[in-house]
Design a protein around this ligand. Structure first.
Ligand SMILES: *[C@@H]1O[C@H](CO)[C@@H](O)[C@H](O)[C@H]1NC(C)=O
Ligand SMILES: *[C@@H]1O[C@H](CO)[C@@H](O)[C@H](O)[C@H]1NC(C)=O
Ligand SMILES: *[C@@H]1O[C@H](CO)[C@@H](O)[C@H](O)[C@H]1NC(C)=O
Ligand SMILES: *[C@@H]1O[C@H](CO)[C@@H](O)[C@H](O)[C@H]1NC(C)=O
Ligand SMILES: *[C@@H]1O[C@H](CO)[C@@H](O)[C@H](O)[C@H]1NC(C)=O
Ligand SMILES: *[C@@H]1O[C@H](CO)[C@@H](O)[C@H](O)[C@H]1NC(C)=O
Ligand SMILES: *[C@@H]1O[C@H](CO)[C@@H](O)[C@H](O)[C@H]1NC(C)=O
Length: 268
């Protein structure tokens, strides 16, 4: 009896969440600024959060080894990190301005960031939230790791990444972690000045501190802390669900179910 009541309420809740998510969702028309950012009206435009996180999700689903995706992962796991470096637009800028990586990113960046944050864009965020300072492209990081590990194959962190794929030029591994480990270990290596400069200027702990530990080390996060990064309002101009958006939605749903379960546990 009790459990069927609980089931009924839970499924009603799930149904309403799905319904809200469904194809009849009618977001407001995308602003002209997403396609024509030089229009004078764009000087006060704020890019919808879902547009940004959707683009990051699309890129990182396919190419999680890119440095901008490591930034995204680090920032999602630790809300105490520098909010400028962790702004979703900073992360997307980091991915989309690494022109070396365009073969992997342009299918997304070429219709999003590179359009609304084009050189003459009037959208304020494009200027105030540039790419993470000094973080190189994935191509460059891959090359640095490979070069160090050719020279000194016995270094511990040479175990993190396999040799770059002959076709793509990338290694599918945590490239920033390998780069960080190698350059913290031997900062005087000729491949490390970009790392040293980046860390000198940003002091970004996940990339620069040997003993940094993410507060969310591989475990499931509390939904209250992670849902905050996404825009609670209706996604604008989205065609289809991004990985990031879908993940956020499923987390919202999970937490709603958990809340209902908690309320029932109290009542019964
Ligand atoms: C700028 O955008 C406004 C609002 O969408 C539109 O009415 C106007 O025609 C646009 N101006 C130009 C020059 O495209
Ligand atoms: C984040 O980093 C920027 C650039 O170094 C700095 O100006 C800002 O004060 C930092 N913000 C916080 C909250 O530490
Ligand atoms: C990137 O994508 C855009 C839009 O699809 C296209 O116009 C542009 O030529 C592409 N640029 C590169 C470098 O592939
Ligand atoms: C980092 O900054 C310190 C102090 O400003 C300086 O002494 C050091 O040479 C810098 N290192 C690099 C690699 O830029
Ligand atoms: C989490 O921490 C443990 C012990 O500190 C470590 O062995 C493990 O590799 C970490 N996992 C991740 C995903 O960082
Ligand atoms: C969520 O964000 C709001 C404002 O953006 C902030 O006031 C609140 O403290 C955040 N909550 C958490 C749990 O970080
Ligand atoms: C979640 O956020 C709150 C407030 O922002 C903080 O006190 C708490 O430690 C965070 N929990 C986790 C697991 O990060």
């Amino acid at each position: 009896m009790r459990s069927s009541l609980f089931l009924a309420v839970t499924s009603a809740l799930i149904a309403s969440v799905w319904a809200h998510d469904g194809p009849h969702d009618t977001p407001t028309a995308p602003s002209v600024c997403l396609s024509a950012p030089t229009n004078a009206t764009c000087s006060s435009f704020v890019i919808p959060s879902a547009t940004i996180t959707g683009a990051i999700g699309d890129i990182c689903k396919a190419s999680s080894f890119l440095p901008g995706c490591s930034l995204n992962t680090a920032c999602s796991a630790d809300s105490s990190l520098n909010a400028t470096y962790c702004a979703p637009l900073t992360i997307l800028a980091t991915l989309c301005t690494a022109t070396d990586d365009a073969a992997l990113t342009n299918s997304t960046c070429g219709t999003t960031y590179n359009v609304f944050c084009s050189k003459d864009s009037l959208i304020p965020g494009c200027k105030s939230l540039p790419a993470f300072p000094g973080l190189p492209s994935g191509k460059a990081v891959t090359g640095a790791i490979y070069s160090v590990c050719q020279e000194m194959p016995m270094m511990t962190d040479c175990k993190i990444c396999p040799a770059p794929d002959a076709k793509t030029g990338y290694s599918n591994c945590d490239e920033v972690k390998a780069w960080k480990g190698l350059c913290l270990d031997m900062p005087d290596m000729t491949q490390c000045p970009p790392f040293n400069t980046m860390c000198n200027s940003t002091k970004f702990a996940p990339f620069c501190n040997m003993d940094y530990k993410s507060p969310n080390n591989g475990t499931v996060t509390s939904p209250t802390n992670t849902t905050n990064t996404t825009n609670p309002s209706t996604p604008a101009g989205g065609n289809g669900k991004s990985g990031a958006g879908a993940l956020a939605d499923s987390m919202v749903m999970t937490s709603l179910v958990a809340i209902v379960a908690g309320v029932f546990a109290l009542i019964l």
